[in-house]
Design a protein. Sequence first.
Lengths: 249, 285
Amino acid sequence: MPRRRIYDPLTELLAAVLLVVLVLVVDRWQFSLAVLVLVVVPAVLLSGRARQIGLAITLVAGPLLISSLLLHGLFYPEGRTVLADLGVARVTAEGLTFAVRMGLRMAVFTGVLLTAAMTLDLPDLLASMTHRGWNRKLVFIVGSAVGLIPHVALRGHRITRAQQARGLVVGRSPLSRIRALLTVMTPLVIGLLVDASERNRMLEARGFSSSVARTSYLPDTDSHRQRLARRGMVVAVAVFSAAWLVVAP
Amino acid sequence: MSSPLTLAPATGGQRPRRLLVVLGGALIVATYLFLVTVQPAEIAGGMGSVASLVTLFGFLGGGALLVAGILPMLSTSSLVVMPLGIALNIAIGQIAGSLGMQIYLDAIGTVLVAVLAGPAAGAATGALSNAIWGLFNPFALPFAAGAALIGLLAGLAARYGAFRRVYLAPVAGLVVGAIGGLVAAPVAVFMFGAAGTFGTNAIIAVFRSMGDKLLVAATKQGLLSDSLDKIVVFVVVALIVYALPPRAVRQFPFARTHRVLGGRTGALPAPSPVKAAHGGGSGVA
């Protein structure tokens, strides 16, 4: 069961971004590993959606980590300590070290941001952006695009099935595939543009172009203390980063 | 007297924020130049902490400034088509996968919006597309500035006639793809050590086996992959917009004013002098 929300979505997103910045600034594999084990894993386990988030992180980061390991593990011309010579490819200690360190960074990057995004309540985020006075056009685009993605995917799937019922066969040649893509894309885009045209008229009729302040149906989950905390976090990370980059060897 | 159904029109606050656009563009260019020329440490000699931070803040900050400057300038008709472009970018990747396509096609929505609504809308669509995609796939996030550049260049190509003839579209796609590949390469290298799909990494591996530095190998791969991808994307978008009913194209002032599809734009015929003199003849077909 999803956890009860404690903080404003903007506070959670900012905390996740600042954590990624810290990992980039510190740039030590020990710190990356510590963030992964002590922050990301507990956050995923306590999120109430551990299975879905774990699966998403694996699907997004897994292939990249494997391809990175193969790339740097086998092809690293800067490497001097050769562990195995496979002709064109050479397994080097330096290449494997680089792949592991970069892999840790990528795992933290994916883990932190995906956990924050997947525990996010989008209507809450949009309401928070409205309450904070963010550009209403930006709020509209983000909310509308996220709502449209499953609609477009479903519509595209239905059109694909309809075209297959009419005899669409996807051959192996690139031209045949592009032709198949066009038979699906053209009706999909025409339908979406007609919808957009209708939406344009409806938005204009409801005063979308007006610049007056907007109200939100959802209550503001932000507080004065959280706003102070956000500013404090940004200042603390900025000061720490500057000091670390100057002092660290 | 009945009250108006709509809110009062905007009286202020809608002025174009060209300064933000210029600053955003300058930040992106400066970041790119820093990464490829000033940055002395090759990433494969260390993790490049400063380079990673510059990449993240330079490209993301530049993209954010561009979006902040562009959004207030956009009309509602441009605005409503942008979520469509963003959703297409993300969803078409899945459709392409189900059809067995081996290229990404993740910029079709961006290029479509750029052709119909102009370079500004295209740039904002590209940047926001990657920002929203970042909610599902964080690896897309740092490439937001590159996506904005693709949208901007696609819009400019449309403005100057690259979509008036179908054979011009792949030429424009080749140029835009090459520039996009150049910009994307440092992001991939300094943020993720050039990690990508198995296909793109295989190309990088070929160049690395020949002794190229990681940034050079990733740049060559970007030039190859992105150019091919954008050639296909531009041709597909050109064929889609040619198939659109003229009414759908006419709703976009950019496409109408600049006749981006040439004779296919379906521009309204000019009223005849006789009809115009009588104040009639709207010219609607």
